[in-house]
Ligand binder design. Sequence first.
Ligand code: HEC
Length: 445
Amino acid sequence: MRSALGMLRAIRLTTPLLVALVPVVFPTEAFSQNGTVTFTKDVAPILQENCVRCHRENSIAPMSLRTYEKAKPYAYLMKEMVSRRLMPPFHYDHDVGIQELKSDWRLSDEEIATIVAWVDGGALAGDPTDMPAQREFAPYNDWMLKGVLGREPDHVVESKPFTVPAEGGDLWWRPVVPVGVDRDRKVKAIETRPSFPDGTHVVHHAIPRLLLKNEKGEWEQAATFSEYAMGKVGEIIPKDAYRVLPKDGLIQWDAHYYPPGHEVKDDVVKVGFWFYEDDEAPKYTQDLKLYPLQGDIDLAPGGTAMTQGFFRWDHPVRLDAFQAHGHVHLHAMSAQAVYPDGKVELLSMVTNFSARWHHSYLYQDDAAPLLPTGTVLVVTGWYDNTAKNPLATDPGTWVARGSRTTDEMSHAWIAVSHLDEEGYQRIAEERKQRKVASTKEEGSR
Ligand code: HEC
C-alpha cells in the first residue's frame, strides 16, 4: 500500500491547491515537559534570526517584531503564517525535491512548533533577562550581496531616471545605457535593485539585458543578467563558472512600474557586478534565461489551468538556480528531469507560489542537478482563478496570457552552467568522492 506521505505527494503533483488547504498540525506536547514557552526565552531568538531583517522599523514589512509589545498583537497571525510556511517568504517545498539550497530562509519544524506552542500557551512574555540582544542591520539600501561577498560591487550600472505618475496602468521603461567597463570582465555575482524606499513600492520587476552587435552591425539581445523582483537577493555564480560583461556591450533595461497612488520622481534602478580577479580561471560559462511554458493560459471565471514547457540541450549542463515567475494566478510550479535512461526526478517544487515574492532558489554546489546530454527538463505551472486565490483581483472574469499585472504569464528563470563531457564526468566523480569522504567521517565519530 502506498504510504500517506506518498499519497500526499502524488496528490500535490496533480492538484497543488488541495494540499495547500490542508491545515498543518504540529505537536505541542514536547514543550509542556520542558516548562512554559515564553517570548523572551524561546520565540524572540527565532524572530531575531529569521524575521526582524524585514520586520523592523523602516524596512519592507508592515510591522516590527522586535519586542514583545510589538509582536504580541500578531501572535495568532504569526502562528498562521509560519505553520502554513508562508512566512518567512521562501515558498520552496520542504518535503519534495532537492532540499540543499543556499541562503535558505525556511524555518525548521522545531522553530515552527515553538511559535505554535507559544501562541497556544497564551503568548506569554517571560523573564525579561532571557531576552536576546537586538540584531543590528546594514541600512536597507545597501547591496544585499555585500553581506555575503564582503565588499561593494566592483561596477554599478544605472538606468535613466523615470517619473512614475500617481495614477494609471502599468508602465514599461526601457532605456539603453553603456556597459562602462574598459575590458571584458568575468562576473561572479550580480544584484539588481530598485531605489529605497520609493522604488520597492513601484517596481514590479527590473531586468538588465545585454545587447551586442551582430554581424550586420545591428544591436541584438545577447543575455539577461539578473531579474529584480521583491524578495530577491541576487545571483551568485558557482566558483567554477562565470558570466561575461563585455566592454563592447550595451545594457538595455526592462523595468515594469506600476503607479502607487502618489508620484515618484526620477526613479532609478541599478545593477551591481562583482568580478573575478584576472588570475582566477572559472571554466564554464553560465547563463540565466527565461524558459517559457507553452500553450494558452485561458482561465474561465472560477477556473484552473496547467501548462508545461520542455527543454533540452545538446551538451551536458548543470542547473544552478530555479525561479518560478507568474502573476497573481500562477499558484505552483515544478521542475522535473527526464533522464536519457527514462528515470524521472522531481528537482524542485514551489506549491505556494506568490507573485509578491520572486526568489531565485540557488542549489548548493553539490546538489545542483547535473543533466547529461539528452535529458529533458519539464517545467509545469498551475493556475488558479477561483475565489480561493486571495491574490486574484476578480475571479469573476476571464484571464488570458499577457504582460499586464492583471493578465497571466508564466515562465521559469533558470541559471545554467554549460559543461562538456569531460567536465560533467569530473564534477560527478568529485561529488561522489566528497560524499564517500563525508560518510566515512560520520562513521568514525
Ligand atoms: C524578506 C522579508 C520578510 C521576512 C524575512 C519575514 N517577513 Fe513577514 N512579511 C513581510 C512582508 C513584506 C509582509 C507583508 C505582506 C506580504 O507582502 O506578503 C509580511 C507579512 C507578515 C505577516 C502578516 C501581517 C499582516 O498584517 O497580514 C506576518 C504574521 C508575518 N509577516 C510574520 C513573519 C514572521 C513570524 C517571520 C519570521 C519567521 C517573517 N514574517 C519573516 C516580509 C518578511
